[in-house]
Design a protein around this ligand. Structure first.
Ligand SMILES: *Cc1c(COP(=O)(O)O)cnc(C)c1O
Length: 432
């Protein structure tokens, strides 16, 4: 199947090119030419299937023309080596825990699947593949760990200096091997801009085989749809299911929209954001108005120009009313977020991370209007990844999982760089 650019439907490439290029040459994002609609029998059979099996079947429906079935099955099995359990924290309010992977955030799904797909494509390439990835915290660790030691691939992680938590930082600055951490004097938006500029830089692209692993890459998007099917299939009452997605670049939410397009009967999506409320504002006013990002306690969602907005618009043919029929948007302040963490801890004895807390708030606000729905919010990271915020908010110490402790023992090693493109360019040229 071909993939087209959201900026020009006539500009089409193969899956391989879409994955290796990341961003289309016209700056658009790649979308599958058609999204297969799965039959009712498929949905009826889901409750009996394992996570791996149903994920494989969803992947096969999307990728069968591009990846042989036995290869694809292996990729899915190597991606999904951990569960995504549902925890009912209040009646009809479920946390979908996506943090049981190696770096304790949902981004492990996308990064692990992408590393499988990319190393399969890389076998045909002569040059070393260089992955440029901008991170506000969790992407960097998921991608770096997903690709650690993969032959023929180097990873350069760009992150805003001083703006990610200590634990997040340790997860991609202590690895060594084929992973380089670039500490940028600037914001996450600066990091994203530098990566975008690098891809449009013809000379740099002649020198290096650059690719991206940001949520713009379609190889990360596709596996993020798997757990919507899985979560839905594990509910007893599957009739009026809504998902609240704590969002930054909106990759996770877009993957949910794709699942819905494949026939998954989702009643409504809730786009829950912190004060970086570009999408909720768009849903209200019809005006898309990117702004510089603001720092919040849910820092992995501090995005002022959400990249997957282009895909969301594409899925709904740029029609505000269409998109509003499927997506409701809400924003929440840091105070509200921390208050929710305290309340849920007290009443349900459940520890939310600040991102999941925004998802929880969005879900509760929506359920107050739509009382028949069964709600899920995506718990996108383990609370221990945001130790300071969580412990200060709750006024108590929380348990740190063993694999996080392992990262904390490592020594940080980074290369510092300004947020100016010319400097960034000479910096990476000298590193690679
Ligand atoms: C990346 C991230 C998000 C935002 O996900 P998007 O797909 O960019 O919207 C939310 N929570 C956590 C913990 C994250 O790491």
């Amino acid at each position: 199947m071909n993939y087209y650019s959201t900026n020009n439907k006539n500009s089409k490439v193969s899956l391989k090119e879409a994955v290796l290029k990341g961003l289309a040459p016209d700056n658009g994002l790649y979308m599958p030419e058609s999204i297969p609609l799965l039959p009712n029998a498929f949905f009826d059979s889901l409750p009996e299937k394992s996570f791996q099996q149903l994920a494989y079947e969803v992947a096969h429906a999307l990728l069968k023309q591009d990846v042989p079935a036995d290869e694809l099955r292996k990729m899915v099995e190597h991606t999904i080596t951990f569960d995504a359990p549902l925890v009912e924290i209040e009646k009809n309010v479920f946390a979908m825990e996506l943090f049981h992977g190696p770096t304790l955030a949902f981004k492990d799904f996308g990064a692990r699947f992408m590393s499988q797909l990319l190393s399969w494509f890389a076998k045909e390439e002569k040059r070393e593949i260089v992955i440029l990835v901008a991170t506000s915290g969790d992407t960097g660790s998921a991608v770096a760990n997903g690709f650690l030691g993969v032959p023929g691939v180097k990873v350069v992680v760009l992150y805003p200096s001083g703006k990610v938590s200590d634990i997040q930082e340790k997860q991609f600055t202590t690895l060594g091997q084929n992973i380089i951490a670039l500490e940028v004097d600037g914001s996450f938006d600066d990091c994203q801009r530098l990566v975008k500029e690098a891809f449009l830089d013809e000379e740099l692209n002649r020198k290096f085989f650059l690719t991206s692993a940001n949520s713009i890459n379609v190889a990360r998007l596709i596996p993020q749809s798997f757990y919507y099917f899985y979560a839905w299939s594990r509910l007893k009452d599957r009739s009026n299911v809504v998902f609240s997605v704590p969002s930054g670049n909106f990759g996770n939410l877009t993957a949910g929209l794709i699942a819905k397009r494949m026939g998954l009967p989702i009643r409504q999506f809730i786009a829950s954001t912190n004060s970086n409320d570009i999408v909720p504002e768009y849903l209200q006013s019809g005006i898309f108005n990117p702004k510089p990002s603001q720092a919040t306690v849910s820092n992995a969602m501090d995005v002022g120009n959400p990249s997957n907005f282009a895909r969301m618009m594409d899925l709904y043919a740029n029609d505000l009313n269409n998109i509003k029929a499927d997506i409701t948007g809400y924003r929440f302040s840091d105070e509200e977020t921390k208050q929710a963490m305290r309340e849920v801890c007290k009443t349900s004895n459940y520890i939310l991370d600040p991102h999941g807390a925004v998802g929880y708030l969005g879900l509760k606000k929506y359920l107050a209007e739509d009382t028949e729905a069964t709600g899920m919010f995506l718990e996108t990271a383990h609370p221990a990844k945001f130790l300071e915020v969580v412990e200060n908010t709750l006024g108590t110490n929380i348990k740190i999982p063993a694999n996080l402790k392992g990262f904390l023992k490592g020594t940080k090693k980074t290369i510092t760089c300004s947020n100016e493109y010319s400097q960034f360019r000479s910096c990476i040229s000298s590193l690679l």
